[in-house]
Design a protein around this ligand. Sequence first.
Ligand code: HPA
Ligand code: ZN
Length: 338
Amino acid sequence: MNQDTFIRQLPKVELHMHIEGSLEPEMMFKLAKRNKIPLPFNTPEEVRTAYQFTNLQSFLDIYYQGANVLIDEQDFYDLTWEYLLHCQQDNVIHTEIFFDPQTHTERGISFDTVINGIHRALEDGKQKMGISSRVIMCFLRHLDEQSAFLTLEQAIKHKDKIIAVGLDSSEVGHPPEKFTQVFVKAIKEGFLTVAHAGEEGSVDNIYNSIDLLKVSRIDHGVRCSDDSRLVRLLAESRMPLTVCPLSNIKLKVFDEMKRHNVVDLLRQNLCVTINSDDPAYFGGYMTDNFLAVAQSHSLTEDELTQLTQNAIEASFVSESEKHRMQRVLEEFSSRSIG
Ligand code: HPA
Ligand code: ZN
């Protein structure tokens, strides 16, 4: 089996994907038409041409604008379902997706509309495609902690559908310590925690997410390489990093894929995983991310398999569900030899 085929067929587990970031331009046009929302573009191609980012903020401005076409529960269902079709195509067997409730509640869309649409699609994904999933609710860190508290209140009655809370949006200027109290409350309510840290921001944000927000995983975390003591700590603790290679290139966290540190971190025994972040905006889903890394770094089949192994280890599912995924991976490994 050549390496491209190996990568395409490798069972994958995704742990860092914002559902609003899976809004493809075609879906944007379909929903804009259905909901009678004017778009500042004439064709999906024009939308794609506009996706030229210089940093995280230049992306976020366009990404929040795109989400304006999402109005009804069915819109959130359709968005999530389309993402699951990509998962099926890419042999993603389990996915843990983010959603940003405040992006929608701030425009008058109810929390229930959003979570119910996403949840119903994920249930269908489990039943019809055998793809298991979890949902993580992110607080927008450019908004204040009070707004995060109000969002957490709204999530309580949906606890059965939400495994964890996270932190996304503009990292620089909005450090993890701004949200310490709301994370304390979320943990008391039984949620696990994660946070975007060390994407554009400094290693302090990684340390503080671990120490103050008690995170189980760091989203991105690639700036850890600035601090060799932190790299050792992450390796020893097996603190997972949900790395998003194509995103990091599009948002200029690294100049080019050859300079990306994910393979280096893997070889230093960090629990790194590969993820798509906002696939409709950054040029690809899971397979595309694996292929892009493998094109610029030579990776063995064992190393590629280890990336899925790491994601299974880092996932928010029961031990028995992890074992089920490990069996799928082992079965693939034995098939791929010879
Ligand atoms: N970083 C911060 N916030 C985000 C991202 C990201 O990569 N994607 C969607 N929201
Ligand atoms: Zn992200």
